[in-house]
Design a protein around this ligand. Sequence first.
Ligand code: AHG
Ligand code: MN
Ligand code: MN
Ligand code: MN
Length: 333
Amino acid sequence: MRRVTLTQFLIEQQRAGRTSPDLRLLIEVVARAVKAIGVNVSKGALADLLGEAGTDNIQGEAQKKLDVIANEILLQANEWGGHLAAMASEEVEEVHQIPFDYPKGGYLLLFDPLDGSSNIDVNISVGTIFSVLRFPEGVKEPNEQCFLQPGREQVAAGYALYGPSTLLILTVGNGVHGFTLDREMGSFVYTHPFMTVPVDTQEYAINASNARHWEPPVQRYVAELQQGKTGPRGKDFNMRWVASMVADVHRVLTRGGIFMYPLDEKCRDQGGKLRLMYEANPMAMLVEQAGGSATTGRQRILDVQPERLHQRVPVILGSTHEVERVTAYHLEG
Ligand code: AHG
Ligand code: MN
Ligand code: MN
Ligand code: MN
C-alpha cells in the first residue's frame, strides 16, 4: 500500500486547487506544534507537567500547566511563518498579534490548545482543536471584529487527539481526513480517508449529571433514549462521556453517535458551556463535512453570527437523524 504522509496529502490538495501554499504551510506548522504538544502530554509526571498552573484564564477556569504550555507552543510555532494575520486562543483574552518583525499573511488561526484538560491528571485522552478563517480584505490592524465570522466561513478546521495513538483529523472543505502519527518516523501518515458519520446511531454522549438543569426538549429526548426497546424509539441506546470534547467527537466521527452539551440552568447566563470559536465551529465543520449535522438546538452552528471571541453556545452534533430529532423538539417548544 502506498504510504501517504500529511505533507504529500497537502501538496496533492494544493495541486487540485483546494488549498493555497500559505494554508498548506499553516496546517504543516499546526501539525508540527501538535507533535510537540503530544510529546509534553505524554511526559506527564516525569517532567512535572501535571496539575495546576496557578493562574485563571479569561473563561474563569483554573489553567493546568499543560494548558499554558500547549498555548505557548501553538503561538510560537505560528508567529514567524508569514502565513497569519493574527491568532486567538481559549487561553488568551485578547487577539494575539504577530510580532512586528515578522511578515503577516492572509489567515486567522483560532485554537483550543488543550481540550479536556480536566482529564490530564487522570491520564485520559486530551486534544487540540483549531479553526482557520480568512483575514478580511482592507483591514489594517487585526482586531476582534475580524474574527467574528460565522463558522461557515472557515477554510479549514481540525483537531489532534492525544490518545493511545496521536491523530490529526482535518478538513479543508473536501471531506474529513485522518492521519496517525508514526512516532519513529516523526510524520503523520494518512490512515483515515473520507471519515463519515452515519445518519443513524444507537449511542449518545451527554453529561447526565446535569439532567435536572436541562431544558424540556433535551429532557424529553434523553428520557426517550433511556426507555430503550420498549419506549417510543423502539431500540436500546448506549451512553459514553469522556469529558474531552475531542475524544467524544472523535468517537462520533469514527462510528456515529450524538454528542450534546446543551443549554442548561448552570450555563444559561453564559449562553452555553462550549466555546463557539474554538470548539463548536471547528467541530461543526468537521461533522458536516463527514455527512453529520451540528446545531445549537435552535440553529445550525455554522450560521451563528459571533458577537464575542470567547462566546459560548449550546452544541448538539453527530448523526443527522438524531440531531434533527432533538432540534425539532427544541423548535416545537
Ligand atoms: P477545555 O478543557 O478546553 O476547557 O474544554 C472542556 C470541555 C470539553 O472538552 C468537554 O466536552 C466539556 O468541557 C466537559 O464538561 P463537563 O466537565 O461539564 O462534563
Ligand atoms: Mn479550558
Ligand atoms: Mn475545550
Ligand atoms: Mn482547552
